[in-house]
Design a protein around this ligand. Structure first.
Ligand code: SF4
Length: 698
């Protein structure tokens, strides 16, 4: 007979930024199944991850006791460890011993080598409250701003361009506004795989008459629904987008009233795009001039046009430039500030928006208040009662470089797995192994945790309550459905104990108290009390007033810039840092696949998802497979200047000849060993979407 749940708990999905509402059906501290709930972002819909990606919480690999590294266990940067054989490297410890060792090691480094010898990576999978506590711990306990998280690896360049251009790093309109748009451009994103429920809203809109254009070097499933598919050459985003702007300017399709009233810098932009005619750019980007012209016209002249983008735009050394072009397109046509228009960088993790809002970034306090701004600093010094550094901290990749230079000596990592997710992962692993003291707080013994001195067993998503902010700026409540296994603890309690070990007087009674302190310093949440969030479950920010709904569409009459106007920033073509050559003739593009999430630590331990996609795969065009003499399903070895991996070949005629696409979730074929750590100079995001590799049979 089917087992019946004895209770249900309403929560949200732990995976992507769409933020689907769901209900856990629970019996005896186990989730039996998950059901979609009627939330604002999903109206009951769930993708395969939301529906089946829950049993990782019950996996036998869960960490259930604190672990301390054995004195005779050297840190081997390139070794792998079967989690079932953890005793070879670690011994069990009591919470008292582990917390004392963890915090005293960090304190010793701070006191002997200075605050900037420490760094912390928080997590976009944690709640807003956990993100707030983590950045506060680093800023006040480590006493530097060396705090960052995976936003650096996904939309840091988009956020940099948005802050510069329109004064806010968040989306202007929610995903579901596609239903109100006459024209939608999806560029550098594969929502069918990465934001599946968002893709379903886009497809619904197309069925109701919205014109869809999909632009991406890989042809994706969403193209089947598109009016035009622009499969442009990888790395030529600026050529394509400047050519579209050239058409709009030279055919008189701009919105002069909007430009005059709400923007600055148009004349410079206009002068810059003069050289980028579609005829000149067609051979560069591989899209014929006529198609560029008709797409530009359609975008500019539609009643309401919306742009959604993903990491195909952001993960380049010119990622900020790419996003600047998208912003300029919206500003020159007045396609922003109304329903069905605007700019939507699709957020990856379920709380990457909230973790960034809560200050988990090295140059900004909560709500993007700059650490270099004396007024902002004074406000946080008063709230937190300690003096604060006036220099921005280091970003994710910079921290690893500093570790290898001997400048960063200790780290605290909560819920991130840089040994898998950082570019040039061998280099990242060497950096982690070189640390004097590494503390990792996680639910599994990840590839990062095996390099730790102390491992603190944390809580999985369904084991805690907290607020999470989706890609639409929708703050939602995730509710606790399970007790953590064994001695594992809730993350905020571990953070509080670590803070106390660092000498901080933290005595929060519950997570609601943390939220209310966070709200005091975040104007965007001023009208959203913890009590209101409990009551309503989902409220969009900015929410300045307790009695009003939040603002789903922003920038209706001004931009939150010092002048109130949007700013055009002209850009020119900057080539990828590493181009293919005779030795490394293929372009490597990395990303995700539908069934797995990021570094795979959760979804590869979810039985259904793991059965659907059990093995590492490299997608190649059938012509390339033929040239290589490899059958689909055969083994290929990929090499770059930084490393090599072997995986199974998959035939994919959506991947252009000369390119290879690999998801980054497979530890046994960790593709980030090959990726290039070259950074966008503004957003400091690595170039995950382009590096040179060779591909060999076998
Ligand atoms: Fe979860 Fe995203 Fe899938 Fe929704 S679309 S169920 S939030 S992974």
């Amino acid at each position: 007979a089917l087992v019946q749940a004895d209770r249900t708990v309403d929560s949200v999905c732990p995976y992507c930024g769409v933020g689907c509402a769901l209900t856990y059906h629970v019996k005896d501290n186990r989730i039996l199944h998950v059901e979609g709930r009627d939330g604002p972002a999903n109206q009951g819909r769930l993708c395969v991850k939301g529906r089946y990606g829950f049993d990782y919480a019950h996996h036998p690999h869960r960490l259930t006791v604190p672990l301390v590294r054995r004195e005779d266990a050297p840190k081997q940067a390139h070794a792998t460890l079967d989690p079932a054989r953890w005793q070879e490297v670690f011994r069990e410890a009591s919470w008292d011993e582990a917390l004392t060792l963890a915090s005293s090691g960090l304190r010793r480094i701070r006191d002997t080598q200075g605050p900037r010898a420490l760094a912390g990576f928080g997590s976009a999978k944690g709640s807003n409250e956990e993100a707030y506590l983590f950045q506060k711990l680093v800023r006040t306990g480590f006493r530097s701003h060396n705090v960052d998280h995976c936003t650096r690896l996904c939309h840091a360049s988009s956020v940099a361009a948005l802050l510069e251009g329109i004064g806010s790093g968040a989306v202007s309109n929610p995903v579901r506004d596609v239903a109100l748009a006459e024209f939608v451009l999806v560029i550098g994103a594969n929502p069918t795989v990465n934001h599946p429920v968002a893709a379903s809203w886009i497809k619904n809109a197309v069925r109701q008459g919205t014109t869809l254009v999909v632009a991406d070097p890989r042809r994706t499933e969403l193209s089947r629904h598109a009016w035009r598919t622009l499969q442009f050459r990888a790395d030529t985003d600026v050529a394509l987008l400047n050519a579209m702007m050239h058409v709009i300017v030279h055919e008189g399709l701009v919105d002069p009233a909007f430009i005059a009233a709400r923007t600055v810098g148009y004349e410079d932009l206009k002068a810059n795009v003069a050289a980028y005619s579609p005829e000149a750019m067609a051979p560069v980007c591989g899209i014929d001039a006529g198609t560029i012209r008709e797409v530009a016209r359609a975008y500019a002249t539609a009643r309401a046009s919306m742009i959604l983008w993903g990491m195909g735009i952001s993960q380049h050394v010119h990622g900020t430039d790419n996003a600047r072009c998208l912003i300029a397109l919206a500003l020159m046509t007045g396609q922003i500030g109304r329903p069905g228009t605007g700019l939507h960088p699709l957020r990856g993790q379920n709380n990457v928006q909230g973790a960034s809002d809560a200050g988990l970034i090295p140059m900004m306090f909560p709500d993007y208040q700059r650490v270099t701004d004396a007024q902002a600093r004074a406000k946080f010094e008063q709230l937190w009662g300690v003096p604060l550094d006036d220099r921005p901290g280091l970003t994710v990749v910079e921290v690893m470089d500093a570790a290898l230079r001997g400048e960063v000596r200790g780290m605290y990592i909560l819920g991130e797995n840089p040994a898998m997710s950082d570019p040039d992962a061998n280099h990242a692993r060497e950096a982690l192994a070189s640390l004097e003291h590494l503390v990792v707080q996680d639910i599994f013994l990840t590839e990062t945790a095996v390099l730790a001195d102390v491992v603190l067993p944390a809580s999985a998503f369904p084991e805690k309550t907290g607020s999470f902010t989706n890609t639409d700026r929708l703050v939602q409540l995730g509710r606790q459905a399970l007790q953590p296994p064994g001695q594992a603890r809730q993350d905020w309690l571990i953070l509080q104990a670590m803070a106390q070990g660092l000498g901080l007087q933290w005595h929060y009674a519950d997570i609601g108290e943390v939220y209310e302190e966070m709200r005091q310093c975040m104007p965007s949440l001023a009208g959203l009390s913890w009590a209101r969030l409990q009551r309503e479950g989902a409220v969009v920010h900015p929410c300045p007033d307790e009695d009003a709904p939040g603002e789903a569409v922003v920038f209706t009459d001004h931009f939150p810039t010092p002048t109130g106007r949007g700013r055009f920033v002209p850009v020119d073509i900057v080539p990828a840092h590493e181009r293919p050559d005779a030795d490394y003739p293929f372009v490597l593009i990395t990303g995700r696949q539908l069934e797995h999430w990021h570094t795979g630590s959760m979804t590869r331990r979810s039985a259904v998802l793991d059965q659907l996609e059990p093995d590492p795969v490299a997608s190649l065009h059938p012509l390339d497979l033929e040239r290589l003499g490899v059958q689909p399903g055969g083994v290929v070895t990929l090499r770059s200047r930084r490393g090599e991996v072997a995986l199974y070949a998959r035939a994919d005629d959506g991947t252009p000849p000369g390119a290879v696409f690999v998801p980054f979730c497979y530890a046994e074929a960790a593709i980030n060993k090959l990726t290039n750590p070259a950074l966008d100079p503004v957003g400091k995001i690595p170039e995950f979407k382009y590096c040179a590799v060779s591909v060999h049979a076998g």
